[in-house]
Design a protein around this ligand. Structure first.
Ligand SMILES: Nc1ncnc2c1ncn2[C@@H]1O[C@H](COP(=O)(O)OP(=O)(O)OP(=O)(O)O)[C@@H](O)[C@H]1O
Ligand SMILES: [Mg+2]
Length: 353
């Protein structure tokens, strides 16, 4: 397959800026997740890539092929893009093989070439033997695989998926996540996978593009998004945790600094070009531990059993309006209202905007 290059792409619907100056590269064979809250522009971005929408500014390349610019618009059928929707969009009256072969019939592929390509696509997704079934005679997961085979059969340049698991129950979702991972490993497809489920994005993707209000908030590997969010939106949207004000006092060796946080000094992680002065710090639940000598005093406000661990929300004495989240093993959790002492083991200084 090929790489995808999106350069400064914008799309408006009247006054609504659905996609605003988004640039991102997806490498050949990469699995990119596009993650963000409802209405942030994910589907619009996918529809621009597929050619269902014309862009207002910027350009989209599929490998070396210019697909969209303000002056040029390649028709969807000439982009050779595989698309899997949430609803699968299978033809109920056609067999599995008939559904998978449908895009080839549209392209007037016939005879042994047709048979070979349909058989290969069914083999890849593990549906051999089910060729004559109708969609109604399949499980949700099998239907999803028919949709994948149907998009593979036309040897797409890239595969786009818009919330393909949103209709499934949580057990089937987990099974299908494994299927997508296996599909990706087997085909080496360049995949753009839209979801608003961050656990799904973290599990599957090489990198995640977080969108917010039509803009790209951050593009990074899952671990970096979690550990080094580049702005408050990503810090708040990805994972659990707290954002607290701090004062960076000195820069240590690259990537570390000392900062005063809730009246105490700690060594934290920061960007290499972090400056001294006021800042905001992202503390993940595992960055905070209870300890009798802990420098931060506070009170447990909420204690919630989560199965195996207990989530505790602490109001620190130094700033009673702030909230610190931590997770603890059941047997060490305080009760609601208890005084507690905390140590900050780690934390990330969010870069200034
Ligand atoms: N055809 C359209 N006409 C007018 N506004 C639109 C159109 N399509 C999308 N929008 C608006 O553009 C913005 C982005 O919509 P989009 O469907 O891309 O969001 P999304 O991130 O896919 O959301 P969701 O997670 O709910 O699917 C929204 O404000 C939406 O109302
Ligand atoms: Mg959408």
């Amino acid at each position: 397959m090929v790489a995808l290059t999106i350069s400064s792409v914008s799309k408006r619907f009247g006054e609504i800026r659905a996609v605003e100056a988004v640039s991102l590269d997806v490498a050949d064979g990469e699995f990119l997740a596009v993650l963000g809250p409802s209405g942030c522009g994910k589907t619009t971005l996918l529809r621009l890539i597929a050619g269902f929408e014309r862009l207002d500014a910027g350009s989209i390349h599929l490998g070396d092929l210019l697909a969209s610019s303000d002056a040029h618009h390649l028709a969807t059928e000439d982009r050779r893009i595989g698309i899997v929707f949430q609803s699968y969009a299978l033809w109920p009256h056609m067999s599995v093989a008939g559904n998978v072969g449908y895009p080839l019939r549209v392209q007037r592929v016939r005879g042994s070439d047709y048979d070979r390509r349909v058989a290969a696509a069914l083999e890849t997704v593990g549906l051999k033997g089910l060729e004559e079934r109708r969609p109604a005679e399949l499980s949700g997961g099998q239907r999803q695989r028919v949709a994948l085979a149907r998009c593979l059969v036309m040897e797409p340049r890239i595969v786009l998926l818009d919330e393909p698991l949103a209709n499934l129950d949580v057990h089937l979702r987990a099974a299908m996540e494994e299927e997508f991972a296996a599909f990706h490993a087997k085909t080496g497809a360049t995949m753009v996978y839209i979801t608003h489920d961050q656990a799904e994005a973290m599990t599957l993707a090489d990198r995640i593009a977080v969108m917010h209000d039509g803009r790209l908030a951050q593009l990074a590997a899952p671990r970096d998004l979690y550990r080094k969010p580049q702005n408050d939106m990503v810090a708040d949207f990805i994972g659990q945790g707290s954002i607290v004000p701090a004062e960076v006092s000195s820069l240590l060796r690259e990537g570390r600094c000392t900062a005063t946080l809730l009246g105490r000094d700690f060594v934290l992680r920061c960007a290499p070009d972090q400056r001294q002065g006021p800042a905001r710090v992202c503390l993940r639940p595992e960055d905070l531990v209870l300890s009798p000598e802990g420098a931060i005093r506070g009170r447990a406000l909420r204690v919630t059993y989560k199965g195996g661990v207990t989530a505790v929300e602490v109001a620190p004495e130094a700033d009673p309006a702030a909230r610190l989240q931590l997770t603890l093993p059941d047997d060490s959790a305080p009760s609601r209202g208890d005084p507690v002492r905390l140590t900050v083991q780690d934390g990330w200084v969010i870069p200034a905007a």
